[in-house]
Design a binder for this molecule. Sequence first.
Ligand SMILES: NC(=O)C1=CN([C@@H]2O[C@H](COP(=O)(O)OP(=O)(O)OC[C@H]3O[C@@H](n4cnc5c(N)ncnc54)[C@H](OP(=O)(O)O)[C@@H]3O)[C@@H](O)[C@H]2O)C=CC1
Ligand SMILES: O=C(O)[C@@H]1CCC=N1
Length: 269
Amino acid sequence: MKKIAIIGSGNIGLSLAKGLVKADFAKAADITLTRRNIDHLQSFADAGFVVSNNNKDAVAKSNILILAVLPQQLNTVLDEIHPVVNPAKHLVISVISGVSCAAVREKLGADVEVIRVMPNTAIAIGQSMTCIASDNATVENITDVTKMFETVGSVVKINEDLMTSATALCACGIAFFLRAIRAASQGGVEIGFHADEALKMAVQTAKGAADLLLLHGTHPESEIDKVTSPKGCTIAGLNEMEHNGFSSSLIKGIKLSALQAGNLYTKAQ
Ligand SMILES: NC(=O)C1=CN([C@@H]2O[C@H](COP(=O)(O)OP(=O)(O)OC[C@H]3O[C@@H](n4cnc5c(N)ncnc54)[C@H](OP(=O)(O)O)[C@@H]3O)[C@@H](O)[C@H]2O)C=CC1
Ligand SMILES: O=C(O)[C@@H]1CCC=N1
């Protein structure tokens, strides 16, 4: 029987909890959500989740332990739960950016199996791109955790040294693509649409573009070639965007996010 404790139920912890229940991976009653201010979890309590501000108690009652606090909040939590973490009983999953499996074990004990997982907020609707890495978990536990996260999106197993890159591309990436959609809708308003219709059109167009790549398995440029008629309006707009640094700004932003993701924990010490 899976009993899950999510320690630090904020944006990603709650997205994960919603996704796991929506996917029928777990029942709400089998997931304990913790945070210090549990008043903010009332709607989740109403939906059947167990809510608590007692991390030790939540850990003691679970076998899958998901760490989802901010990097700068982690050490306090690890010091607190250390006495009740049992390597024979608990599998530790950390979604915390910039914190290695080894750093978690330094606080919880060398025998504890730790799997690092980097999902994104689309996990709430079963559409996460989740990257997984571990330096000491058994093949069986990695397989189980892969299956768990496959119920809420796609999973890629990577080497741990690429985890901060995965954070930038996939977890931060949600915000990057959302900002691109917002910009497109703002352009739509300038050329004549009301804001609500412009947003709806931009969202569906973005979804169509992503699905073309997913369903055709093609490269973006090959799909772009089908849109850019010779002397047409698409290539005119696209080249204007490139002259203004469209691709370059995305690449630079992703590189800076990856750098920052790698420094989150050390900066917090
Ligand atoms: N947001 C995202 O898209 C993603 C985030 N991540 C990673 O997930 C982690 C959480 O990020 P995010 O959800 O955005 O942050 P939030 O600030 O939204 O969530 C952190 C939660 O931890 C709780 N918390 C803090 N201290 C404690 C404590 N001692 N015991 C129990 N709960 C505590 C906070 O609530 P309270 O103050 O009430 O205690 C808060 O709800 C980060 O490490 C981030 O790098 C990873 C992938 C994606
Ligand atoms: O912005 C952050 O630091 C976190 C990590 C990835 C997404 N949000």
